[in-house]
Design a protein around this ligand. Structure first.
Ligand SMILES: Nc1ncnc2c1ncn2[C@@H]1O[C@H](COP(=O)(O)OP(=O)(O)OP(=O)(O)O)[C@@H](O)[C@H]1O
Length: 252
């Protein structure tokens, strides 16, 4: 269980005053489920994802993995957290070093976190390429030579490599055309069923959240304003802001 308990994060704004980028957020993530965090740009989604990954510390509150606080401060803790929770970033181009080959990018967490022998590492990389529907030959390509959709698949393969229990997707489908976006969403759904991991799927696109998630959490100005189990009935959403998001996506 991954638990976000009354977490706040303050930053200094341009006026030098502190403000809450994330304000008193609580969220429990069980195993084998998909959670979506939906909200507009600047509402605090990425800040919350950095806190969950232990890349930053909360100003107050706690993030607990199986009851223990998440920390990347010590090397051992960092490795344990990274094995359990992986991140897929929005933009394949900036998330992946364009000079590295696809093989190097996917093998890196296997080396750093699992220290697999070379033959096992190789077979795992090729297995992941296959599952991501990427051709074998792409292993030798530099990531900068790939299309946007292929870069996203490499980013997902890299996150999956160590079989994490949780994967945080931060705007991972934005910038794709409609067909690629649908393909990636279908792929994510299938992978989650196969791997039985949990996702925190962070997006400003509520329709994508509804396609994937078991639970929808809506964020505005750093706060969670509505959290619902998604049962396929849009009437469950009561908050006017959520309704605005649904209207903007032509869902109501
Ligand atoms: N390191 C930082 N220092 C100061 N302010 C920050 C920092 N990181 C984020 N912020 C501010 O905190 C608020 C929330 O930002 P955050 O990036 O978490 O939002 P977001 O919902 O992920 O937006 P986007 O989808 O555009 O990335 C914004 O006002 C942002 O400018």
């Amino acid at each position: 269980m991954l638990e976000v308990k009354n977490v706040s994060k303050q930053y200094k704004g341009e006026d030098k005053l502190l403000f809450d980028a994330v304000s008193d957020v609580s969220l429990s993530m069980a195993d084998h489920r998909i959670y979506a965090l939906v909200g507009e740009s600047g509402c605090g989604k990425s800040t919350l994802s950095r806190l969950i990954l232990g890349l930053e510390s909360p100003s107050s509150g706690q993030i607990l993995l199986d009851g223990k606080p998440i920390s990347r401060k010590r090397k051992n803790n960092r490795k344990e957290t990274a094995k359990a929770i992986q991140l897929v970033l929005q933009d394949g181009k900036s998330a992946l070093d364009p000079h590295f080959t696809v093989y190097q990018v996917i093998a890196e967490p296997l080396r750093n976190l699992l220290a697999l022998p070379k033959d096992k590492e190789r077979s795992r990389v090729y297995e992941l390429l296959d599952r991501m529907e990427l051709p074998k030959e792409s292993a030798a390509k530099k990531t900068g030579e790939l299309s946007g959709g292929q870069q996203k698949r490499v980013g997902i393969a890299r996150a999956l490599a160590v079989s994490p229990r949780y994967i945080v997707f931060d705007e991972s489908i934005s910038g794709l055309d409609v067909i690629l976006r649908k393909n990636i969403l279908e792929l994510l759904k299938r992978i989650q069923e196969e791997e039985q991991c949990s996702y925190l799927f962070i997006t400003h696109e509520i329709d994508a959240a509804l396609y994937l998630a078991d639970e929808i959490h809506v964020m505005q100005n750093g706060k969670l304003i509505e959290s619902r189990r998604w049962c396929g009935n849009l009437d469950v959403f009561k908050n006017p802001y959520t309704k605005q998001l649904l209207q903007a996506s032509h869902l109501i």
